[in-house]
Design a protein around this ligand. Structure first.
Ligand SMILES: [Zn+2]
Length: 255
């Protein structure tokens, strides 16, 4: 056994037992324990970790802990600037494709609304989420921290908020998505691209009153539904504006 000292920063503390939060503590580690093994044994999914410093030096997840090591663990996108330091992953985390777990259907639809390719099926077993995340380089969104501890999941985000609009703001904020949002590009139901169609192609897929009042229509080639800029669209536009230009809408409240 070796004894190392740990300190977790910012929201990583939420995963720790209450008595271990926001201060240094000593911990006995198994022989040949890696930094990743100990971090997860203490309750923190490795996908939440951006940077590990051991005795002041940046190390990888596979770093073997030695007697007396001082381990500092930082979350993704912590407010202090850690840019000059080596990250635990070689690839950047800003891949903007997602897979959402069964509890995040509302968030999945809002991410599609914002233009982010997001897989969601309330029947996806964890194994399939893990496999799709790896094969398609998708960021896993989940409220299940056990899922994020799986070894092959390298990019994941534990979603804290409970309501879909709050979850959208949280994910936008943590992953800095505002600049890469492309609203109204994907079908909310199918995750498929929307394309513009002429009014005479709409046919019976919109009521006559809508056809009379609107000139622009888009459709999804998977579900064949037609969309236009009605009142629902305008509410969605306001939500998109509030997440893509947060400072201009700081007074806006979500329902
Ligand atoms: Zn569709």
């Amino acid at each position: 056994m070796v004894t190392a000292t740990f300190r977790f920063y910012e929201e990583l503390n939420d995963f720790l037992a209450p008595s271990l939060r926001r201060h240094e503590f000593s911990c006995a580690c198994a022989r040949a324990a890696t930094a990743k093994h100990m971090i997860e044994a203490l309750g923190v999914p490795h996908t939440e970790v951006e940077l590990i410093l051991v005795n002041g030096e940046s190390v990888g997840f596979d770093h073997l802990l030695a007697e007396g090591d001082r381990v500092a663990v930082y979350p993704k996108f912590e407010s202090v600037d850690i840019q000059p330091l080596l990250r635990v992953r070689a690839a950047p985390l800003r891949v903007t494709r997602f897979i959402a777990d069964a509890h995040l259907g509302g968030l999945a639809q809002l991410l599609r609304l914002a233009g982010f390719d997001t897989l969601y099926d309330n029947g996806f077993p964890d194994d399939e989420i893990e496999a799709l995340a790896a094969s398609e380089n998708r960021i896993v969104l989940t409220r299940d921290r056990e899922l994020l501890k799986r070894r092959t999941i390298t990019h994941g985000c534990y979603v804290r908020a409970l309501k879909p609009k709050d979850q959208l703001r949280e994910v936008f904020d943590r992953l800095d998505l505002a600049a890469s949002a492309r609203p109204f590009r994907l079908c909310l139901t199918c995750n498929a691209p929307l394309r513009r169609i002429a009014k005479n192609e709409v046919g019976e897929r919109a009521p006559p009153g809508v056809l009379a009042r609107h000139t622009q229509f888009v459709t999804c080639d998977v579900c064949r539904r037609v969309f236009w800029e009605g009142t629902h669209w305008q509410r969605m536009r306001a939500l998109m504006d509030s997440v893509t230009h947060p400072s201009a809408h700081s007074g806006l409240t979500a329902d």
